[in-house]
Write a protein that binds this ligand. Structure first.
Ligand code: DAH
Length: 313
C-alpha cells in the first residue's frame, strides 16, 4: 500500500470515530470533536503533500548546485554560419580590391532607367524581354543584372578621368529573374559587374583582368576564351568562358559571363565623351563560380535554406 493509500484509509477510519460523538455525554462531545477535526486536518495536509511530491518526481529536477558558466555556449543550440555565397562574394571583392578596383554594391530594387534606358536598350526593343524582369505594381524593377549600376558608377567616378586617372569599379550584388528554376537556373542569384574607363582602355586589358581574376579565385593557371555575344550596352560584345581545370573535376568550357567595350551611348548618357575616353565592362554569376569550386550540381541549394547543405561549409 502506498503512503497516500494508507493516509486515505486513516481518513476513512475517522468516520467511525465521528459516529461515536452522539454516544458520548454532551459535556465531552466538544473536546472529542475538536480533537477529531485536528486529526482530520493533519491527514488532509499529509495527503496533499504526498500528492505534490509524487507529481514532482515526474519532472526532471534542476541541479541548482551545478557551477554557473554564463559565457559558455549552450551546447544544445546550433550556431549559425556564414552563407557559402557570402564567403565567395567576399573573396571576389578582395581579389578586385587587390587589383585596385573601387567596390560599389548594387541595389535590390531599381528602375526602368537604370535597367534599360541608361544601358542603350532601345524603347520597346525585344532585348528588354530577354531579361525576364520582375516588376512591382509601382513599376520598380528588382534588377535582373548588376549592369544596372554602370550608369551610377560612371557618374560617381568620372571626376577621376578629368584628373588624368581612370574609372575601375567592381559591383557585386543580388539579381532576380522571372524564370523557372532548374539545376542551372535560379530566380535569385548573385553577379559581379566590372566597369573600367580610361583614355586608352582596350579589349586586351579586359581579357588580362578576367584571366587574372579567375586564376586568383581558383588558385591555378586557367585558359580563358571568348565567343561573340550581343548586349545593347557593349560594342563589340562577347561572352567569356573558362576551361574547367582537371583538378576541379572536369573537361570542357564553362560560360562565365558577358563583356565588351562600353557602347558610346552608355558613356554619353553618363556625361563621358566617347571621343576622348573608352571603356570596357563585364559581368558574371557568383553562384556559378562557387558551384565549380565546390563541385555542386544544382544551383538551387544556395537559396533553399536547407541546413544540412549550409552546415557543410
Ligand atoms: N549584364 C549581362 C547579363 O547579365 C552580362 C554583361 C554583359 C555585363 C556585357 C556587362 C557587359 O557588363 O559588358 O547577361
Amino acid at each position: 500500500m502506498s503512503e497516500i493509500e494508507k493516509l486515505r484509509e486513516k481518513l476513512k477510519g475517522l468516520n467511525s470515530e465521528y459516529a461515536k460523538i452522539k454516544t458520548l455525554p454532551p459535556e465531552q462531545r466538544g473536546e472529542f470533536g475538536r480533537d477529531l477535526n485536528a486529526q482530520k486536518q493533519q491527514i488532509l495536509s499529509a495527503i496533499a503533500a504526498a500528492e505534490a511530491a509524487e507529481k514532482n518526481e515526474k519532472i526532471t529536477p534542476i541541479d541548482v548546485s551545478a557551477p554557473c558558466a554564463p559565457n559558455q555556449p549552450i551546447p544544445t543550440i546550433k550556431r549559425g554560419s556564414k552563407h557559402p555565397l557570402m564567403t565567395e562574394l567576399e573573396r571576389v571583392i578582395s581579389i578586385y580590391s587587390e587589383m585596385g578596383f573601387d567596390i560599389m554594391e548594387s541595389r535590390q530594387l531599381d528602375d526602368e532607367f537604370h535597367m534599360f534606358d541608361s544601358l542603350n536598350f532601345p524603347k520597346e526593343h525585344p532585348a528588354r524581354d530577354g531579361y525576364d524582369t520582375f516588376r512591382t505594381s509601382e513599376g520598380f524593377i528588382p534588377p535582373a543584372h548588376t549592369s544596372t549600376m554602370q550608369h551610377r558608377a560612371l557618374k560617381k567616378y568620372q571626376h577621376r578621368l578629368a584628373d588624368g586617372g581612370k574609372i575601375a569599379v567592381a559591383i557585386p550584388g543580388r539579381v532576380f529573374r522571372n524564370e523557372d528554376a532548374d539545376a542551372t537556373h535560379e530566380h535569385t542569384f548573385y553577379q559581379c559587374e566590372g566597369v573600367f574607363v580610361s583614355k586608352d582602355a582596350n579589349m586586351g586589358q579586359l581579357f588580362g583582368i578576367l584571366k587574372h581574376f579567375f586564376e586568383s579565385y581558383y588558385g591555378q593557371k586557367l585558359n580563358l576564351k571568348t565567343q561573340p555575344g550581343y548586349f545593347p550596352f557593349t560594342e563589340p560584345s562577347a561572352e567569356f568562358l573558362i576551361e574547367k581545370p582537371a583538378s576541379l573535376g572536369g573537361k570542357g568550357w564553362l560560360e562565365m559571363g558577358g563583356c565588351g567595350m562600353i557602347h558610346p551611348n552608355v558613356l554619353k548618357a553618363a556625361g563621358i565623351n566617347p571621343e576622348t575616353y573608352s571603356g570596357f565592362a563585364w559581368g558574371g554569376g557568383i553562384d556559378r563560380l562557387a558551384m565549380l569550386k565546390y563541385g555542386l550540381g544544382d544551383v538551387r541549394y544556395f537559396e533553399s535554406g536547407k541546413l544540412d547543405f549550409l552546415e557543410e561549409f
